[in-house]
Design a protein. Structure first.
Length: 296
């Protein structure tokens, strides 16, 4: 659903790649450029400066690169936590050296390059919406804990904070929450998890201690927010820079031989994400939603 893209800065010696850079990435596109921001921008800037692109176009590209640096990647160029320790960008000669180390650790979903790199795609293949580049707006998965969390891993890799908004997401006996916390305990990149639900669990601190605290080596900070029933209708999983919506919510369900046996996950637009986060903060500020710190 969200793809990690390696974008070779050498591509920017050709102006048409600027259109790809500017228009094909970000949460609403389902793709992020994975790179060390300052080093990638510096290399790209030097390549553009020495290119044969017309001066007026060259200025546009350089201004855009400067804006990426100024806006800390502008939510389209990121370096996931789990990749940060793989290769120090200051110890390799250039992007390609960094890329080789990163690919040995874990491959990318797509590689944009004109070099002779196995699996790389170029401009013509991209505009042809080739396999590996295309991002489906909706993904359907079985409604079991393993399948649900596996489908969410691409978005979980990019964030440090998660908010689950689902009025029927329970605290007690939640197999999906166990699966999620098991994954987070392994990767340790998520620092805070907020669960927004309308289910008012009796003794939530005790439930959390017995079911979760005792079973995981690492747990992020966890807040439980109890909101009024039907305050939130749609179900969301929101991270720092992206969000998905779930048609039936994030809870598991036994198979019944119906269309509802599978869960639909879809990309959530930036405006809807921001509005949903604002509504949550407003509900807390107005004290119509109650916050319980389970693992401060």
């Amino acid at each position: 659903m969200y793809k990690e893209i390696a974008f070779d800065p050498q591509c920017l010696k050709e102006y048409h790649y600027y259109g790809i850079l500017k228009g094909a990435f970000g949460a609403e596109k389902g793709r992020f450029i994975v790179a060390a921001l300052n080093e990638w921008v510096a290399e790209a800037f030097a390549i553009v400066k020495n290119s044969e692109i017309q001066d007026v176009k060259k200025k546009s590209v350089k201004n855009y690169l400067n804006s990426l640096r100024k806006n800390k990647g502008a939510d389209l160029l990121v370096l996931p936590f789990y990749r940060k320790s793989v290769a120090d960008p200051t110890t390799v000669a250039d992007w390609y050296g960094w890329f080789v180390n990163q690919r040995e650790y874990m491959d990318f979903d797509a590689i944009v390059s004109e070099r002779n790199i196995v699996g790389a795609v170029n401009y013509e293949e991209i505009i042809g919406d080739c396999e590996g580049w295309s991002v489906p707006p909706t993904v359907r998965v079985d409604r079991n804990p393993e399948a649900i969390v596996a489908a969410l891993i691409p978005i979980l890799r990019f964030g440090t904070c998660i908010t689950i908004i689902d009025q029927f997401f329970k605290l007690a006996g939640n197999k999906v929450l166990h699966e999620l916390l098991g994954y987070l305990s392994d990767v340790k990149n998520i620092k805070k998890l907020t669960i927004v639900t309308s289910i008012d669990t009796a003794g939530p601190d005790r439930v959390f201690d017995i079911e979760y605290r005792a079973n995981y080596i690492y747990l992020p900070n966890v807040d439980l927010v109890v909101a009024p029933e039907r305050f939130f209708h749609d179900r969301y999983l929101i991270t720092d820079n992206s969000a998905v919506k779930a048609g039936h919510g994030f809870s598991d369900a036994p198979k019944a031989g119906t269309h509802a046996d599978r869960l639909s996950l879809s990309l959530c637009g930036k405006n809807e994400k921001n509005e949903t986060e604002a509504d949550l903060l407003s509900a807390i500020d107005r004290e119509i939603a109650r916050v319980i710190e389970l693992n401060p």
